[in-house]
Design a protein around this ligand. Structure first.
Ligand code: SPV
Ligand code: MG
Length: 291
């Protein structure tokens, strides 16, 4: 039923900027919370990568949903569910929203691509969009299915990713607002913020914007705030990339050094993992309950 108090909705409706970091499992979600972000992005890209798979609708809804449920059980931050296309048509969206809300999502992002989708940032990706009216039906289905009206329905416009231009992106964003979206997520794979900034400057709708500045890292939080219309900024894949960077470096050194003697002091001690696993609580509970 979502987190009891939807802090994301509160931040956004107060005109603030929610900073949301990706996670791919409960441990990374816990680290997102400890770092001080405002929310967790249950990223399809990260979850697919963590399974060693491409982000092209290969992981099932049940797998991604179960992962979100496990993240929700270990964290208190609001979670934004990346449900891709909603796993089918508007009928599938009804079921998807019901399930993700029950699992603990505070927001759902649905994208206007065709199922099966292709990941957005890959060069030369096949990016087919569904007709506007069809996607409006999916947004209406998402709104209809939510039990708690605080659950944010975020409509993701992929027109810029598909190379259809700013006019098509704006037309779609207006149509999705009309269908009842709470926010518009506008995505771009341009290497500079220009495309996104001109979209945001041209946006004259009444709902705020969500951005994912992976491809254009010059877009700092301060720069996003200055645009005046961005409510949520998602760091889309920095948990999995940080994990890969770290593992690649450490594993290479162990091979090179022929042992763990050098890396030992450069990685967290086992006691840090015990802390994250709440071993102290286990010990307390042993005292209380084991006879
Ligand atoms: C994800 O993290 O799964 C996203 C963002 O949808 S992106 O990969 O940039 O499309
Ligand atoms: Mg995704």
């Amino acid at each position: 039923m979502g987190k009891p108090d939807n802090d994301l909705r509160r931040i956004v409706s107060n005109g603030g900027l929610a900073r949301v970091m990706a996670a791919h499992d409960p441990l990374s979600a816990m680290l997102v919370e400890e770092a001080g972000f405002d929310g967790i992005w249950a990223s399809g890209f990260e979850f697919s990568a963590a399974q060693g798979l491409a982000d092209v609708s290969l992981v099932s809804m049940a797998e991604h949903l179960n992962n979100l449920r496990n993240m929700a059980a270990r964290t208190t931050l609001p979670i934004i569910a990346d449900v891709d296309t909603g796993y089918g048509n508007a009928i599938n969206v009804l079921h998807t929203v019901e399930q993700y809300e029950a699992a603990g999502a505070s927001a759902i992002v649905i994208e206007d691509k065709m199922f099966p989708k292709v990941t957005s940032l890959v060069a030369g990706g096949r990016q087919d969009l569904v007709p506007i009216e069809e996607f409006q039906g999916k947004i209406e289905a998402a709104r209809y299915a939510r039990r708690n009206s605080d659950l944010l329905v975020i409509a993701r416009v992929e027109a810029l990713i598909a190379g259809l231009g700013a006019d098509e992106a704006l037309k779609r964003a207006h149509a999705y607002e009309q269908a009842g979206a709470d926010l518009i997520l506008i995505h771009s794979k341009q290497k500079t913020p220009d495309e996104i900034e001109s979209f945001i400057n041209a946006w004259d709708g009444n709902i705020p914007i969500t951005i994912v500045p992976t491809a254009y890292p010059q877009m700092t939080e301060a720069r996003a705030r200055a645009l005046g219309k961005v409510g949520i900024l998602i760091y889309g894949n920095h948990a999995i990339r940080a994990a890969v960077t770290s593992m690649q470096k450490v594993f290479a050194r162990i091979i090179e050094d022929g042992g763990i003697q050098n890396v030992n002091n450069d990685i967290v001690p086992v006691s840090e993992i015990f802390r994250l696993q709440r071993m102290e609580d286990v010990k307390e509970n042993e005292k209380k309950f084991l006879r």
